[in-house]
Design a protein. Structure first.
Length: 342
């Protein structure tokens, strides 16, 4: 080959490195694939069986990313947990409608392929899939020089699930006097990180040198799949909400039927240290509730008589507790009192 000729590699794209990464993914996903699973990695499309035990199957699909939590990962050079976040953000949405996660695909776009970084991310994605009991069936890695700055990247995830028509969680199941439970979050999950980074910048805080923040800001999102699907299987759940961007209010109102209202007693919420740290950094209550989950990662709506049964499906530190009830009303959400910051 003429040394002066133009090549894809000279433009910044290394196909050989990408091929090595695909081979790595194929290796880690094949270990638990089993005899009946399709070998999807490296193909043009992914093939998955539809479970035979679901009489009237309906497909549910979700997509999400992890936002600017990626920048925290870059700051502390830790990439093995944001893959868990990526899976969590989609599968935690799937289960809101009662769906069982079937498979997951990822999309990674990066300035230049860094195999060590990408392998760390994909290991996290695989771990998130294992926790959710869904299969990582494929994805795409795009090397995009000049689109991203040096060392910059983004990730997105796509999850598909299945639910029996009779098991779909519909608004009509939610009734007056139902209890609203808070399932604790594992921290910030993957929301509000632009505001977090603004606080860090204004206070000139180096996350990599702050042990508390270094641990808390990269903590992966709790995956609620196992517990919630068990509740659905036992007909113990009338409705639920994944508390992401928009906080408790915006996410709960999406599932509340007309003429009913979720009355939330904010003083019952139990914020953890990271939320109290943020509150002390000149963020008012309204902004905290609008931007962060404030310690409530997931909400469950249940019959009063099922409270103790529901609690038994969770282990510490994710035991749910009552924060409100369903009442009649037009506004769908009513927030009483204030969160007990400390």
């Amino acid at each position: 080959m003429n040394k002066n000729s133009f090549t894809y590699k000279k433009s910044g794209v290394d196909i050989n490195a990408a091929d090595r990464f695909v081979k790595f993914i194929s290796n880690i996903t094949s270990k638990k694939r089993g005899k009946k699973k399709f070998n999807n990695i490296g193909g043009f499309g992914s093939i998955t069986d539809i479970p035979k035990n679901i009489k009237n199957p309906k497909i549910v699909a979700c997509t999400d990313g992890v936002g600017t939590k990626i920048e925290i990962a870059n700051m502390i050079k830790k990439y093995d947990t944001i893959g868990i976040d990526l899976v969590a953000m989609s599968v935690n949405d799937l289960i809101v409608q009662g769906a069982i996660p079937l498979f997951f695909l990822d999309y990674i776009s990066i300035n230049k392929i860094n195999l060590k970084k990408l392998k760390s991310i994909i290991k996290g994605i695989k771990k998130g899939c294992d926790i959710s009991k869904c299969e990582l069936v494929g994805g795409e890695t795009a090397e995009m020089p000049d689109t991203y700055e040096k060392d910059k990247f983004d990730i997105a995830g796509f999850a598909v699930g299945i639910v029996d028509k009779k098991k779909i969680l519909k608004q009509k199941k939610i009734k007056k006097n139902n209890l609203i439970l808070a399932v604790p979050s594992s921290g910030l999950h993957s929301n509000g990180y632009s505001l977090v980074r603004y606080v860090l910048k204004k206070n000139k805080i180096n996350v990599a040198k702050n042990n508390f923040l270094k641990k808390e800001l990269i903590r992966p999102t709790k995956i609620y799949v196992k517990e919630v699907l068990n509740l659905i299987q036992k007909n113990l759940l009338n409705g639920c909400a994944n508390i992401t961007g928009g906080g408790i209010s915006d996410n709960l109102k999406r599932i509340i039927p007309d003429k009913l209202c979720a009355e939330i007693d904010l003083k019952k919420i139990k914020p953890t240290k990271i939320f109290n740290w943020l509150k002390k950094n000149k963020i008012n209550d309204q902004e905290m509730l609008k931007t962060f989950n404030c310690g409530v990662g997931f909400c469950l709506i249940i019959n009063h008589d099922n409270l103790e049964k529901v609690k038994n499906y969770f282990s510490k530190p994710y035991k749910p507790y009552v924060i409100g009830k369903i009442i009649t009303g037009k506004n769908k959400i009513l927030l009483n009192d204030k969160i007990p910051w400390f």
